[in-house]
Ligand binder design. Structure first.
Ligand SMILES: Cc1cc2nc3c(=O)[nH]c(=O)nc-3n(C[C@H](O)[C@H](O)[C@H](O)COP(=O)(O)O)c2cc1C
Ligand code: SF4
Length: 111
């Protein structure tokens, strides 16, 4: 699941034979890519799992045109390993970047 849009081709095939909305999924880490596969009618919408876990503000930043501020999932799969192999709660290897960005935002507000 490291390839961009890794399972979108499956959703695309499903969309051809059903009449309900079909979501594309699998390493959709850029809003532009999401727009691309929706506007080309490959899928009706996208579902984000790890990208939202890495940065829950992904949709807001995309809506605000702040794509560059999105903390991207790097597909390291630490989250999945913790849950599925070790039976622990998931954390994301990229949260440090988010914490850093949040701290600098708070610093800007207090300045
Ligand atoms: C922590 C975690 C738990 C997941 N649990 C499930 C699950 O229970 N069932 C399932 O079908 N997919 C599960 N997935 C897979 C996601 O739904 C998704 O298909 C996959 O992560 C690829 O998409 P993404 O690049 O948006 O993460 C899980 C993914 C993660 C990261
Ligand atoms: S732990 Fe790795 S794979 Fe999981 S959401 Fe964070 S960057 Fe993505």
């Amino acid at each position: 699941m490291k390839k961009k849009g890794s399972t979108v081709f499956l959703a695309e095939d499903i969309k051809k034979v059903v009449s309900i909305p079909v979501f594309g999924n699998g390493r959709i880490i850029e809003p532009k890519f999401a727009e691309e596969i929706i506007s080309s009618n490959k899928v009706d919408a996208v579902a984000l799992a790890r990208p939202l876990f890495a940065d829950p503000e992904f949709p807001k930043k995309a809506m605000d045109g702040e794509d560059k501020k999105i903390i991207k999932c790097v597909a390291c799969n630490k989250c999945m390993d913790l849950i599925m192999k070790m039976g622990k709660g998931a954390i994301c290897s990229q949260w440090k970047k988010r914490d850093k960005a949040q701290k600098s935002r708070k610093g800007e507000k207090n300045a």
